[in-house]
Design a protein around this ligand. Structure first.
Ligand SMILES: [Zn+2]
Length: 156
């Protein structure tokens, strides 16, 4: 697990998500880029990293891990989410604060993420690339509902 981001203590998560975004977004992206460097991607040669900022300020990292079967390949975002769950740091009652990813998340990962967060959950992407930047400069932020307006649920 990576270091905690100073100043995050989980007391007011919604305020942190908005007010502290400029503070934690660059560090979270840096951690995601670090994780991308650890990706196991011998088939696609497309390395992706993810950094999930948790309620207590912890960060779990994920990278894509490919497999010769292709179908067993897992995305960086889900690796970070599952790691957080396995460490007892993430549940619907303990939602994360933000997710930084080095590439556009796929719909499968967004669906998994939706299990734990509200529709306005912030997803941070690098400013470079053709993402249609919302925040100019080093990073940009999207809401989960921007990327996946409708999620699957038993409630329709
Ligand atoms: Zn994915």
């Amino acid at each position: 697990m990576a270091d905690k981001i100073p100043g995050l203590d989980g007391k007011n998560l919604q305020a942190y998500q908005t007010d502290m975004l400029p503070v934690y977004a660059p560090e979270l992206l840096r951690q995601a880029e670090l994780a991308a460097g650890r990706a196991y991607a011998p088939y696609s040669h497309f390395s992706v990293g993810a950094a999930l900022l948790l309620a207590g300020g912890e960060i779990t990292l994920g990278c894509n891990v490919e497999n010769v079967s292709y179908g067993a390949t897992v995305c960086a975002e889900r690796v970070a989410i599952w790691s957080a769950v396995a460490q007892g740091l993430l549940s619907p009652e303990m939602p994360p604060l933000a997710l930084a990813v080095t590439a556009q998340p796929c719909a499968l990962c967004l669906q998994v993420l939706s299990e734990f967060v509200r529709p306005d959950f912030p997803i941070i992407l690098p400013a470079e690339g053709d993402f249609g930047a919302v925040e100019e400069n080093v990073w940009q932020v999207w809401r989960l509902s921007d990327m996946l307006p409708r999620v699957f649920s038993f409630n329709g």
